[in-house]
Write a protein that binds this ligand. Structure first.
Ligand SMILES: [Zn+2]
Length: 294
């Protein structure tokens, strides 16, 4: 009996060993910010370990990386960034970490939108671009981890089908809005791709990054413009202070239509815990506010 017990224990130990090794051997992936991190997780499924640097409700334009971020990047096999100048801190972080990871730009192949001669980095806010991100992510993961290529491909195909269906829904819904209910204001210029894709106009007192504060003169000009244009609603964002939008609302009498998630997901329990949930939340918030009394 004792002998058998011993053998069983040895067998159990050898059977467990490969499982523990597998978990350690999983592809280690780092994504620069929460929206991209969710996309990578959707494609990776159980086949890779995904870590995200800039978390929910945080501003990835102005982030300062810490030691834990450098460690995560140093230990990664693959690092995904948005690119297009979004993460002003990522090149330094990657270089200083000494990582040997493959660094991949998720926006590779996206048609860039120019705002005042600068590339607008918020490409994910059009779902057709989201499909490009997902394709790039799946290709990158498959190249780094060929053993799981089929799983990455299958996950990406299912995810792309979901994004494509949601894109059609957004086009149908936003397409119903009357012409005089299509101009809105957000704090920083993060929805240019959404505006282009779905026929809206977004105005913003701050540019495509969150660093610049508008001068009193710029704000006065904007308030004047808004009074002349038929602006349907103002929206606050999860990553910028609502103060500026509240001030504009006070000065123009235009109502605040809700909160949009532009550059980051919500904390767990919030309305935008994934890329798809974020887009749905933004679509519903826009429709609820803009469909109303025209
Ligand atoms: Zn932004």
């Amino acid at each position: 009996m004792k002998k058998y017990g011993f053998i069983a224990a040895v067998l159990a130990a050898t059977a467990l060993a490969p499982i523990a090794a597998q978990a350690e051997d999983k592809l280690q992936v780092v994504a620069s910010f929460s929206i991209l991190g969710d996309m990578v997780e959707q494609v990776a499924g159980d086949s890779a370990i995904v870590e995200t640097i800039v978390g929910p409700d945080a501003d990835a334009h102005l982030y300062s990386p810490n030691v834990a971020d450098a460690k995560a990047v140093a230990g990664a096999d693959v690092v995904f960034v948005n690119g297009m100048g979004f993460e002003t801190w990522s090149d330094t972080l990657i270089e200083n970490s000494g990582t040997e990871a493959t660094v991949l730009v998720a926006t590779e192949g996206v048609e860039p939108l120019l705002v005042d001669g600068e590339v607008d980095p918020h490409a994910w806010n059009a779902l057709t671009n989201g499909v490009i991100y997902v394709t790039n992510i799946a290709d990158g993961l498959a190249a780094a981890d060929p053993a799981n290529a089929a799983a990455y491909k299958a996950n990406a195909e299912a995810y792309i089908a979901e994004l494509t269906a949601l894109d059609a829904e957004a086009k149908a819904n936003l397409g119903e809005l009357p012409e005089n209910r299509r101009t809105v204001v957000t704090a920083h210029d993060a929805f240019g791709y959404l505006a282009n894709a779905y026929g809206l106009e977004f105005l913003a007192p701050v540019g495509i990054d969150t660093e610049a504060e508008p001068s009193a003169q710029e704000l006065a000009t904007l308030v004047q413009q808004l009074k002349e244009k038929e602006v349907a609603a103002l929206f606050v964002e999860n990553i910028t202070s609502p103060a500026l939008i509240k001030q504009i609302s006070d000065e123009t009498g235009i109502e605040i239509g809700g909160r949009l998630f532009s550059d980051a997901l919500s904390e767990r329990g919030g309305p935008a815990t994934s890329y798809v949930a974020m887009f749905r939340h933004n679509l519903l918030t826009l429709m609820t506010s803009l469909k109303g009394e025209s």
